[in-house]
Design a protein around this ligand. Structure first.
Ligand SMILES: Nc1ncnc2c1ncn2[C@@H]1O[C@H](COP(=O)(O)OP(=O)(O)OP(=O)(O)O)[C@@H](O)[C@H]1O
Ligand SMILES: [Mg+2]
Length: 487
């Protein structure tokens, strides 16, 4: 009696064990099946090749593979082998395909399961938890494109801000770049966007310029999502900032070149208070004026304000809201200022500050756009009001979180890797890490010569003459008499 009971117990345990194995394999297969790319043609092609290969293998069972088995498993072959080859051909075929499928799905499921566990571990280790110790849980990993995925995490009340604060630990834990963290539609979950690829450490000007399709556009750089090109008219002003040596001047020059190349009717005013060294090659072009000292720069800004007022009158007269170069036969004007702090940082230069404030507020509709560049956009250099009117920000690496905050409204520029040309691109409230394009002096000169030749051969022309720059005596007096201490 007791013998029978222990036999029954043994059978029951074996049945439960088998069931557990089946459930485990089914779970693995389920995860594996989620990973399969059912819709890809390549997937079905591989299935076809597999069926053909199995068919050939079984059909030619006395061919070398079969003999190979007796070499491996010994002669006579084990019972399961005989069992298999004792079956009709079609059954053999299906058995092999079935085994292959279960094996592949289990393997994929195993890999996927491991991925879930790695991601969960990364979250556990980042220290994210609620006040009562609940740790956010990985719910789903969804591929969103090549090298990209989205991890959906149940938060149990841990806010997106806390996830953002742990971005570095999560990047290290996931071993992938965390591109962004958003609140999911279901408010109890967050979505963490990951990318397996890293940004390139270098990207050439021409590699990116081929993506400029619209007129009056320039290249921002290479982002994780691809090349970023920006039409200046929809920006409308751009602030370039970052610590010394990050790549501001290179970006400033590449931006001016992109604009020159892409814009059919453009006037460029370049103010470079480093005695014009960064912009001297541009001075040769008929649609470019450069200024290399304070007085010249202030006079140019004064002329631009006058032109802006004149254009506003034209708009008023025609009942229009903004200038369209083609329609109104007026050139688009871009004002580039390298080392803006050297111009606006001087207490004496109140007039230049006033002009730039006015332009940043109103010039957009008049088809005049500003591109100032500075190491630190402190209020002594650029007023807070002017800063508010510069929505496009290209911020290279900053040495302090405070400087990064002033420049782009967050500490992301402080966290940038120490790679030349690496910057945060901010348009409104969107931030994106980019690698800015590099252009060397020689290539720049060749490009500028092409544009110069186009003007000489009448292949290019402007609607207007360049602005008349008048010396403002009052302005001159103020600058020569007033204190000139730099902030
Ligand atoms: N996009 C880039 N890709 C690769 N290297 C770059 C890039 N931009 C700049 N560099 C390298 O970094 C050096 C410094 O760049 P740049 O003169 O533009 O810095 P900066 O920010 O203007 O510095 P400063 O504030 O001192 O004027 C360049 O000479 C160049 O070698
Ligand atoms: Mg510079």
């Amino acid at each position: 009696m007791s013998q029978k009971k222990s036999n029954d117990d043994g059978l029951e345990k074996a049945a439960i064990g088998c069931w557990k194995i089946v459930v485990f394999l089914m779970t693995l297969c389920f995860y594996g099946a989620k990973k399969l790319e059912w819709k890809s043609l390549w997937f079905w092609y591989k299935q076809l090749v597999l069926v053909c290969a199995v068919y050939v293998f079984v059909y030619h069972k006395d061919y070398s593979f079969y003999n190979g088995f007796s070499f491996v498993f010994g002669n006579p072959l084990p019972f399961w082998f005989k069992l298999f080859f004792g079956m009709p051909l079609v059954n053999q075929l299906w058995t092999l395909v079935g085994l292959f499928w279960v094996g592949s799905l289990c393997y994929l499921g195993f890999e996927e399961n491991r991925r879930y566990k790695t991601f969960q571990k990364a979250i556990d280790r980042s220290g994210l938890k609620t006040a009562i110790g609940e740790v956010p849980k990985v719910k789903k990993i969804i591929p969103t494109g090549e090298h990209r995925s989205k991890v959906i995490v149940e938060t149990f009340g841990v806010g997106v801000g806390k996830f953002e604060a742990q971005k570095d630990s999560l990047t290290a834990g996931f071993r992938q770049t965390v591109e962004s963290i958003n609140l999911a539609e279901d408010k109890g979950k967050v979505e963490i966007y990951l990318c397996e690829k890293d940004l390139p450490k270098f990207v050439g000007f021409h590699e990116l310029y081929s993506h400029v399709k619209e007129p009056y556009s320039f290249i921002i750089g290479q982002s994780m999502k691809g090349p970023v090109v920006q039409p200046i008219r929809s920006l409308p002003h751009l602030l370039i900032s970052g610590a010394t040596g990050g790549g501001k001047s290179v970006f400033f020059r590449s931006t001016m070149l992109s604009l020159l190349k892409s814009s059919p009717h453009l006037q460029l005013y370049l103010l470079d208070l480093k005695r014009g060294v960064e912009v001297k090659e541009f001075a040769e072009l008929p649609n470019v004026r450069t200024a290399k000292d304070e007085v010249e720069a202030t006079n140019i800004l004064g002329a631009l304000v006058k032109e802006m007022n004149r254009r506003y009158k034209i708009l008023e007269k025609n009942g229009r809201k903004s200038i369209d170069p083609k329609r109104d036969k007026l050139d688009l004007i871009v004002v580039g200022i390298d080392e803006a702090a050297a111009l606006f940082g001087k207490k004496s230069n109140e007039l230049a500050r006033q002009h730039i404030g006015e332009l940043s507020r109103l010039a957009r509709a008049a088809g005049i756009h500003l591109v100032p560049s500075t190491q630190k956009p402190v209020k002594e250099a650029i007023s807070t009001e002017t800063l508010d009117n510069l929505p496009g920000r290209m911020t290279f690496r900053m040495i302090s979180a405070a400087a990064s905050n002033v420049a782009m409204g967050g500490n992301l520029a402080k966290k940038l890797p120490a790679i030349k040309g690496r910057a945060m691109w901010t348009n409104g409230s969107d931030h994106e890490q980019v690698q800015a394009p590099y252009i060397d002096d020689e290539t720049m000169n060749v490009e500028l010569q092409v544009i110069k030749d186009e003007f000489e051969n009448n292949e290019r022309s402007n609607f207007q003459n360049m602005l008349k720059i008048e010396e403002d005596q009052e302005d001159l007096d103020a600058m020569t008499e007033g204190p000139s201490d730099e902030s």
